[in-house]
Structure formats: structure tokens, C-alpha cells
Design a protein. Structure first.
Length: 274
């Protein structure tokens, strides 16, 4: 298929437009955060005297360091466990093609259709029964399960596209199933695993609903879940609210920018095909 020069130019223009539309809200938040704390900024206007101290105020008074520590603890507990389970399940469904794999895959796909909001009440009573309510485990355990449908589907989509000849050659050479997985399948799956790690990190870091409902203390929630705490602290100061919001989303943006090559590589290698 030959792509004309006009189509290339049009595609680049659309990408440039998408980048501009993405950056405008961030630029608006930054300009608002740099306004004097006692003013209500209107529109996208750069202040004549930027108040960089607003970020220091929001960081200190808003307990951002403790919030980031709480969010990091939840991320560290959720992401590795979800990756291990999803990778093994994806290999079983896509690489080994176990008996009943298609039916199991359908169950996971159906799980993608269930919104988090529909599970809040059952999760609340379940956490209450387990004694994890108002602790970080009330968020960690449900998130691992809620991420499974997409995570398993993602990893299965990679393993199902790995040539069967590789597995057959490994078995002929006397490799066991686990040796084949760790020495052949897992190295090939690193782009897909890396991309899934980025997604799980961003989704966990930005999780809002579950922490707000299941954890009473704002300082034990994720940073995104603590936005209500910021609103209570600075409900009259739009600049400080924007400064706090920027501090909260900065780690997620940084992680994506640092590892975006791995994410793009996973997409180009067909990690979402199948």
C-alpha cells in the first residue's frame, strides 16, 4: 500500500493538532497555578510575576510527600502482582492454548465491560467483612482483580502471536515448560510487559473512586484520591488547587515520557493484535 505525500502531511497535521489540544489544558493549569493565590485566573494568560512559591505551599500544606508515599505503596503492591498473574495467565491462554482457553478468554472479555462504579457497594461490604476497610489493602486487593481482564487479554494477545515453531524447537532441545517460558517467551514479551507496566502504574496512580470510598483518611489514599482533600484545603484558591493538581499528575507524566519508547515498541510489535 502506497501512501501519498498528501496523506502523510495530513496525518502529521492531525497529530500536531492532537498534541496542541493535549497541551493546552496543562498550559492553562500551569498559568493558573502561577497566579497570586488570592486571585481567580481567567483564561490562558501568563502572569507578569509568576508565583512559583504556590507549588511549595501546596506541597507542604497539602502533605503531598506523604500522599505520594501512600500512592507509591499502593502502586508497588498492585503492579508487580498484577503483572505476574497476567503474564502467566496470558501465556497459558495464548502460548500453551490450554483446554477451555476460549471460554476463559470470553469471561475475561466480559470483565472488561464491568465499570468500577458498579462494584463499589459490593467492594465496600467485602472490605468491611475482611477487616480491610479504611486501610490501603481495601484498594490494593480489588485493583489487582479489576485490572486482570485487560491485563490478561493484553498479554494473551502477545503470546498468541509468537510463532509456534519456537516452542516446538525448545521442546525438541529438551527444554521444560518453565525453561521455555523464562528463556524464550518472557524475553520476547518484554515490550508487552513494559507497556502493561506503564498502563498499570498510571491507572493505579490516578485511581480516584476506590480510595475515596474505601479509605476514610485522605492521607492514606492515592494522590488522585486526595484531590478532595486539596479542594477542602484550598476551595477558595484556584491557583493553589491547580498547583496541587500539577504536583499530583507530574509523576504519571514523567513515567510515560521516560518509557514511551517501550510503549510504542509494544504496539509496533503487535502486542494488541490477536
Amino acid at each position: 500500500m502506497i501512501i501519498s505525500r498528501t496523506e502523510v502531511v495530513l496525518g502529521r497535521l492531525l497529530l500536531a493538532l492532537a498534541v496542541v489540544l493535549t497541551l493546552i489544558p496543562l498550559a492553562n493549569m500551569l498559568s493558573a497555578a502561577l497566579q497570586p493565590a488570592d486571585r481567580n485566573p481567567i483564561g490562558l494568560t501568563w502572569p507578569t510575576d509568576p508565583q512559583w512559591g504556590n507549588f511549595v505551599t501546596a506541597f507542604e500544606v497539602g502533605n503531598v510527600w506523604r500522599l505520594m508515599g501512600s500512592s507509591a505503596f499502593i502502586v508497588i503492591c498492585v503492579v508487580p502482582v498484577a503483572l505476574i498473574i497476567a503474564t502467566l495467565a496470558g501465556y497459558a491462554l495464548g502460548g500453551l492454548r490450554v483446554r477451555g482457553a476460549r471460554g476463559i478468554l470470553i469471561v475475561f472479555v466480559l470483565g472488561l465491560t464491568i465499570p468500577f462504579e458498579a462494584l463499589i457497594i459490593p467492594l465496600y461490604y467485602q472490605a468491611q467483612g475482611l477487616g480491610t476497610l479504611n486501610t490501603q489493602w481495601a484498594v490494593i486487593l480489588p485493583l489487582i482483580g479489576l485490572f486482570m481482564p485487560f491485563s490478561v487479554f493484553w498479554m494473551r494477545a502477545h503470546f498468541v502471536n509468537v510463532p509456534r515453531e519456537l516452542s516446538e524447537a525448545a521442546r525438541v532441545d529438551g527444554a521444560t515448560m518453565w525453561q521455555e517460558f523464562f528463556r524464550i517467551q518472557l524475553p520476547l514479551a518484554l515490550p508487552a510487559v513494559s507497556a502493561l507496566t506503564i498502563l498499570l502504574f498510571i491507572w493505579t496512580w490516578n485511581q480516584f473512586l476506590l480510595p475515596v470510598v474505601l479509605i476514610a483518611d485522605p492521607l492514606d489514599r492515592t494522590v488522585a484520591g486526595a484531590l478532595t482533600f486539596f479542594q477542602g484545603q484550598y476551595y477558595l484558591s484556584i491557583p493553589l488547587l491547580n498547583a496541587g493538581a500539577l504536583l499530583i499528575i507530574l509523576p504519571a507524566i514523567a513515567v510515560f515520557l521516560i518509557f514511551q519508547r517501550q510503549f510504542i515498541r509494544a504496539l509496533l510489535q503487535g502486542a494488541v493484535k490477536g
